[in-house]
Design a protein around this ligand. Structure first.
Ligand code: 5RP
Length: 228
């Protein structure tokens, strides 16, 4: 197990109050968090209710004995802990490496606080080293693909090991795009969201409130939140 991811997950577990409704992210670091959260909840007899961001996370959390409910069964999510594929100095990031970006974003925007757990390899001065996932409905997907190509985004369909296109928990495809030449990312986020057929994209701008970096043990707050 990656010690840096374990440390970041441990820092996040310590931030979970009793009786919290907790959003559970997806991916390897979020999975470590789920394991550690379940252990703490059991050791300290905590009353924790969880909402999952993917089928895989839901199964994992249930397997660890956590209480998991549907997102629509709760009025609020107090804190969500998730990983990230890339994060910049303003705590904006790219997510969706595990193809769970749609549910991850729905849970995140309905959470009072979002904590990201990463190792320092995920930190970059500007976003774009990692390909940006775009989730697209299957019907007419090649037309969206061609449009993204015409925008200079070098799109690539995400494939499974057997060569078939990967299908998300919502039954959509993922197209990974190269955003290195795009400097105005809020505009790109808006333009992608406005495309018919696009369900969601992995640009998470202004969503992460606190970034926990395992190998340095550092915690960063989003610049506009530092005084709070
Ligand atoms: C899944 C995600 C993950 O949070 C992201 O891929 C990071 O994963 P890991 O912790 O395994 O590096 O966005 O859709």
């Amino acid at each position: 197990m990656n010690e840096d991811k374990v440390r970041a997950a441990q820092m996040a577990v310590e931030r979970i109050p009793n009786q919290a409704i907790v959003g559970l992210g997806s991916g390897s670091t979020a999975s470590i968090f789920i394991d550690l959260l379940a252990k703490r909840a059991q050791d300290e007899a905590m009353d924790i209710t969880c909402v999952a961001t993917s089928v895989q996370t839901q199964q994992l959390a249930l397997g660890f004995g956590l209480k998991v409910v549907d997102i629509d069964a709760v009025d609020r999510i107090d804190v969500t802990v998730d990983g990230a594929d890339e994060v910049d100095g303003d705590l904006n990031g790219i997510k969706g490496g595990g193809a769970a970006l749609l549910f991850e974003k729905i849970v995140a925007v309905n959470s009072s606080k979002n904590i990201w757990v990463v190792d320092s390899s995920k930190q970059h001065p500007r976003l774009g080293s990692y390909k940006l996932p775009v989730e697209v409905v299957k019907f007419g997907v090649h037309h969206v693909f061609n449009l993204l190509k015409s925008w200079g985004l070098s799109p690539v369909y995400r494939q499974q090991e057997d060569g078939n296109y990967l299908t998300t928990d919502s039954g959509n495809y993922i197209i990974d795009v190269d955003i290195r030449d795009f400097t105005d990312l809020p505009k790109l986020a808006k333009d992608l969201k406005a495309l018919t057929g696009v369900v969601e994209h992995g640009l998470f701008i202004g969503i992460c409130d606190e970034l926990l970096v395992g190998n340095t043990g550092q915690a960063y707050r989003r610049p506009d939140q530092q005084q709070q």
